[in-house]
Design a protein around this ligand. Structure first.
Ligand code: HEC
Length: 504
């Protein structure tokens, strides 16, 4: 997929997703299409004049939703402030209204049409030329007016007066079942915690869990069911690596936000909708690489990325690109098999895979008489580090998204409470913390989005989070185009035998 085409395609797909939260009449449906996509019900093209120069463009290029928001709340951007389109407010009472310094009496259907078609408010004030003048047939205008009257009620799926429904994918069998149980328990315990404190803006959180099954096809089916039948508002911490890059793509097509880790970083996909609390394996290894470049001075020397399972090949590719961008030159990547020697003598070896593969790698290097620096993500290999031969002492470096020193008393107490509720031990801490932080992040986004929540508002709220304190990690920050709360990991040196760990 090419990097430049994707955002536009994603925007179009997103506007196409008709997620109906209430029953609309055919007329209101047609109005919604016009509002969201700029398309008329028949074949006729709708156009609009834009800017002070009145340039004529298809309305599909400037649908109402692109400025006023799919939820009608208005999306301010670069000094342009499209107001909220709430018919109940626009048409209310006899009093004067004040918007953007204009003052005008209540809207009627006729003056609404004039605003949309001629750019004048009910007092005759010219609207800012950033608001296009739309060329509409009488039928189009009637449809649009009908929909604008329902717009505030047309909530995203999964939200009613008392509940907000979240969804996740957790396998009940297979190699990931144990991890899935841990994630499920942390999510359930955290949600119980939130609900006992009164929920969020008076709504109780609900969680729908579906098993993604054994392969990609079954996982795609499960995700579709979660979105289309269960109608969840957002996804939290799903565990379905078989989906790979299909996960962000399917979410983008359907406009569903997700808070939680992606199993595969999709190098060229813009993920507008996915917020990851912690750095992925790629970012962790890049943190190790910058340590290696700055402190060990090995950037100019041969470096190798090895992976012990074929599924890691795309990740190795992505990592290689990342390292090249950082200026590493003599770089290769290759698959590693236990009994085959490595073909390339490197000064630095970056490892992707599991603990067993990592131990085999150290043995193979030793047999070949090589002793490069070794770099790996702690969550992949830390369990086996004690069995690594002592010759790697101080040549082995691990990345950790957080360290015990990042835990505050409040954070520790909250996680302990979640564990107690679910009779969960301290196993798989990284998984626990990731799931816990995903839910904290989602909760904070929902709080900031307000009672009148929509998916768009949630995304805007998350994007605006800066220095958010989870109590278990360094503070998380997001921003436009910034979808990982922590872009860097801690680097820890390993002393053997022991092992003893030294944060660097
Ligand atoms: C390119 C951005 C943009 C698009 C697209 C757009 N608007 Fe606007 N709209 C604005 C801005 C900006 C204002 C505020 C103008 C001002 O206050 O002077 C506005 C004002 C309005 C107002 C006046 C509200 C008031 O309080 O007086 C209405 C009604 C309105 N838009 C409806 C629509 C409808 C319906 C569509 C789609 C058919 C649409 N707009 C498309 C930017 C846009």
């Amino acid at each position: 997929m090419d990097r430049f085409r994707l955002p536009l395609m994603a925007l179009l797909m997103c506007l196409n997703s008709l997620a109906l939260a209430l029953d609309l009449t055919p007329q209101e449906q047609a109005g919604k299409r016009l509002y969201r996509e700029g398309l008329a019900s028949g074949d006729a093209q709708v156009s609009a004049r834009v800017g002070a120069a009145d340039i004529l463009v298809p309305a599909s290029v400037v649908p109402c939703a692109s400025c006023h928001g799919a939820d009608g709340q208005g999306r301010p951007e670069g000094g342009v402030r499209p107001p909220a389109l709430n018919w109940q407010r626009l048409a209310r009472g006899a009093g004067e209204h004040r918007v953007n310094g204009r003052q005008y009496p209540a809207y009627t259907e006729a003056s609404l049409a004039r605003a949309i078609q001629e750019g004048r408010d009910p007092a005759g004030n010219a609207l800012d030329p950033a608001m296009p003048r739309f060329v509409l047939s009488m039928a189009d205008q009637r449809n649009l007016t009908a929909y604008l009257k329902r717009l505030v009620e047309d909530r995203d799926p999964g939200v009613d007066e008392q509940h907000l429904r979240l969804g996740t994918l957790l396998p009940q069998s297979g190699p990931l079942a144990g991890a899935a149980r841990v994630v499920g328990a942390v999510l359930a315990g955290s949600i119980e915690q939130v609900n006992q404190q009164g929920g969020i803006h008076g709504r109780q959180l609900q969680l729908t869990v579906i098993d993604p099954g054994p392969d990609r096809a079954s996982a795609e089916q499960a995700l579709k069911r979660l979105i289309e039948e269960e109608r969840v508002f957002a996804l939290v911490s799903p565990l379905a690596p078989a989906l790979g890059t299909a996960l962000p793509l399917m979410l983008e097509q359907r406009g569903v936000p997700m808070i939680g880790p992606l199993s595969l970083p999709a190098a060229n996909v813009q993920n507008r909708l996915v917020f990851e609390p912690l750095p992925g394996v790629r970012e962790q290894l890049l943190s190790l690489a910058s340590y290696a470049a700055e402190r060990l001075g090995v950037k100019e020397q041969p470096a190798l990325i090895v992976y012990s399972e074929p599924e890691q090949a795309p990740l190795a590719e992505v990592l290689q690109q990342g390292l090249q961008q950082e200026g590493w030159r003599a770089l290769r990547h290759e698959a590693f098999e236990a009994n085959q020697p490595l073909t390339y003598a490197a000064q630095s070896v970056f490892f992707l895979g599991d603990g067993a593969g990592f131990v085999q790698l150290t043995e193979a290097l030793q047999r070949a008489g090589q002793s490069p620096y070794l770099f790996a993500a702690a969550n992949q290999v830390a369990g086996e580090v004690a069995t690594v031969p002592a010759q790697w002492s101080q040549r082995l470096f691990l990345a950790y998204p957080f360290l015990p020193g990042d835990w505050t008393d409040t954070g520790r107490a909250a996680l302990t409470d979640v564990r107690r509720r679910q009779q969960l031990g301290a196993q798989q801490t990284l998984l626990q913390v990731t799931a816990y932080c995903s839910l904290q992040l989602l909760g904070e986004g929902l709080k900031r989005a307000g009672r009148d929540v929509s998916r768009e508002k949630l995304l805007a709220a998350l994007e605006g989070l800066y220095g958010f304190d989870t109590g278990l990690t360094p503070p998380l920050s997001f921003g436009p185009g910034q979808r990982q709360g922590l872009s860097r990991a801690h680097v820890v040196g390993v002393e053997l035998p022991g092992p003893r760990f030294h944060p660097l």
